[in-house]
Design a protein around this ligand. Sequence first.
Ligand code: GLV
Ligand code: MN
Ligand code: MN
Length: 400
Amino acid sequence: MSGDLSARFRALWDEIAPVGRDPDSGGYLRYALTEPERELRAWFRAQAERRDMPVTEDGNGNLFAHWGDPEASDAVLTGSHFDSVPHGGAYDGPLGIVSAFLAVDELRAAGVTPGRPLVLGAFVEEEGARFGVPCLGSRLLTGALSAERAAGLRDAAGVSFAEALGDRPAGARPELLGRFGAFVELHVEQGRALVDTDAPVAVASAIWPHGRWRFDVVGEGNHAGTTRMADRRDPMLTYAFTVLAANKEARLRGAHATVGRVAVEPNATNAIPSKVTGWLDARAADPQTLTGLIDAVRGKLAERARRDGTEVTVTEESATPLVAFDGGLAERLATLLDAPVLPTGAGHDAGVLAAHLPTAMLFVRNPTGISHSPAEAATDDDCAAGVRALAGVLEELTCA
Ligand code: GLV
Ligand code: MN
Ligand code: MN
């Protein structure tokens, strides 16, 4: 069955390619539990049904398709997420789900009968683009985030996660989590590590610790034409300084800091803003560096706010510790696939699940090295290589 795998990848990929695609940017608007993402969830169910795989839900918005008894333990879980960042790429998330279905096809065509149940998962709100907290579904399932806190998270229109879900989330499901004996997430590579190599697939070693900090800067809204410069309490200045300081402090430490989102009130050309809210995404190779970076930015922000006569509050919206994937498993998969082993600065549901079960990730080469952008890419042949690698890994884990 393997010969035309690139073509079969393309055929299945084309089924979802138009869903949520913005015709102007070419990027995707697939926010969790909105119409496009619901369409993809329906597609997941249809694909599972086509393969005689019963689908279960965990009450948190996560979906599971089962090859084997859904109640059986020691299952091998694979999958990823459907949701995107605003105008995100096609591959971030869906590649792991499409590849999982194709890997099942490969295994069945080869006559493989898994000795352990195989489960395909689609996790909800991995990006945190709608409700602010990334990996919301996996955090709920594992209990890393309480049902109460998740239920009350609101999107930009004021809709709560519970309302979007249609119910209060179930929260931690230890009995369900306990049935999984391993998790493998296949994902598009989000950097340039594989571009100049012969390797279409890599194995992950670690995820940098990272988090999101919201800073609300309150000043005094006033007239742009009549307010003397000396009399202003302008939160935009505090915000602007903070963006520059975060960039500098990150560079000094070899860390990453990004302010990619801002909200301005009242957002008028001829008014000094009354409030500016910025969201800082910060990441570093180790927790000490990340803490040092955040402390430095907080200090600069407070100092600048004093000078500007503004008031600042900083709120940690999410924090993800350093994830070191199971070293033995990564080595085993790297040997099996003859693949390089790489760390990443991107967050994943695999990072959340890694605290509970042996977890591994596979990365598929991305020729642009760009992600969270419409320019994200992967060739059909590399995606086929990813499916082959995933099928090999699943066979190794379920049959060994
Ligand atoms: C998820 O893609 C993240 O790292 O923000
Ligand atoms: Mn992403
Ligand atoms: Mn992702």
